[in-house]
Design a binder for this molecule. Structure first.
Ligand SMILES: Cc1cc2nc3c(=O)[nH]c(=O)nc-3n(C[C@H](O)[C@H](O)[C@H](O)COP(=O)(O)OP(=O)(O)OC[C@H]3O[C@@H](n4cnc5c(N)ncnc54)[C@H](O)[C@@H]3O)c2cc1C
Length: 322
């Protein structure tokens, strides 16, 4: 770091991923490299549950919504943007991400009950906290979130779900921000959602949502302790992973197909198909993103060859190869 005209400048921002002098000059001109809270070259392996991923050219965790809007307003139009939650559904390649990575986890994480079953949740709040807060308020319907290790923003982007529940049917409205820092309030009806997919207005990201929840009903509610015990029994929780790598094909389970293809325990480097749950790829220690990606491709090829089914990825793969 060095001081320049009263601002903190991360040396190398714009250079680390080949942006070169032009990238550095663009960032400086826009003032983003000196924006408080920006870290240059932050290893994304610290922010993904697979514990892999190269550096973010600029890693920014906003102090609040207005800070986020100010940062976005300062960005050059050419700056690539990536939104990061808990990194629990992401494979970031070893060469990292160019441009700005906006991390809402540990920031924008306010949760507030607004009466009549309305829970206002900022996008960086963890799913587990949403489940706990709802329980404290006597509200139900979100027990399934207790075992999902991401943020509300990531859950909205993925339509996260488990044990028969999913997030979007509970959403009343969302607040979004665009790359010019403009905030909008949108009704849930502006979005279409299905199994682990959501489409809606492009060029906007979630900053908060209002969930409308029914009162807790002991008769029908999923028991959170049972749910977490079941996860611990059936999923390899002790090793870094990103949960299910593939979506379940209609009428079948990706894990069953992978196991039936003889791939349980198959490894490339330190990336292995879990022995406990074949739809999980685990980092057994020091795996690279390249190894994980190669194993994903091998699983796809073997399942297609043996069962004639093309598995669809649930995890998102982003970034530059090394
Ligand atoms: C052990 C384990 C178990 C899991 N079990 C489940 C499960 O039962 N059900 C399930 O659905 N998932 C499960 N997952 C996957 C993952 O937790 C979910 O997909 C989760 O919703 C991802 O949230 P995140 O905050 O980690 O998102 P990230 O992984 O950080 O990001 C995922 C995507 O969302 C986008 N995104 C993140 N924040 C925002 C935002 N604010 N606005 C717009 N886009 C955004 C990112 O750009 C990225 O494209 C599991 C993962 C693990 C590791």
């Amino acid at each position: 770091m060095m001081a320049l005209a009263g601002k903190r400048l991360c040396m190398g921002c714009g250079e680390s991923l080949g942006g070169g002098l032009a990238g550095l000059v663009a960032a400086l001109t826009a003032g983003v490299a000196g924006h408080p809270g920006v870290v240059c070259g932050e290893p994304l392996s610290r922010h993904t549950t697979w514990r892999v991923g190269g550096p973010a050219e600029r890693f920014f965790r906003p102090a609040g919504v207005s800070d986020l809007a100010a940062y976005l307003r300062g960005l050059p139009a050419s700056e690539p943007l990536f939104w990061l939650g808990g990194g629990s559904n992401l494979l970031v390649r070893d060469g990292g991400l160019r441009g700005s990575v906006i991390c809402l986890r540990g920031a924008l994480d306010h949760i507030e009950s607004r009466g009549d079953g309305a829970l206002y949740v900022e996008a960086g709040a963890s799913c587990a906290r949403v489940a706990r807060m709802a329980a404290r308020e006597g509200l139900g319907g979100v027990e399934f979130l207790a075992g999902i290790p991401g943020t509300l923003g990531g859950a909205l982007a993925m339509n996260a779900g488990a044990f028969g529940g999913e997030i979007w049917p509970l959403v009343e409205q969302v607040e979004t921000i665009d790359r010019r820092g403009v905030l909008r309030r949108r009704a849930a009806g502006d979005y279409q959602w299905g199994y682990r997919e959501v489409t809606g207005p492009s060029g906007e990201w979630f900053v908060a949502a209002t969930l409308r929840l029914p009162p807790h009903d002991a008769e029908t509610a999923i028991d959170v302790r049972t749910l977490l015990e079941r996860r611990n029994r059936t999923q390899p929780m002790e090793l870094p992973s990103a949960g299910s790598v593939f979506r379940n094909p209609p009428g079948d389970h990706a894990g069953r197909l992978i196991e039936a293809s003889g791939l349980k325990g198959c490894c490339i480097g330190a990336a292995c198909v879990s022995e406990r749950h074949a739809n999980f790829i685990v980092n057994t220690g020091g795996a690279t993103a390249a190894e994980i990606e190669a194993l994903i491709e091998r699983v796809e090829a073997v399942v297609a060859e043996q069962h004639g089914i093309r598995l669809v990825r649930e995890v998102r793969i982003v970034g530059e190869g090394s």
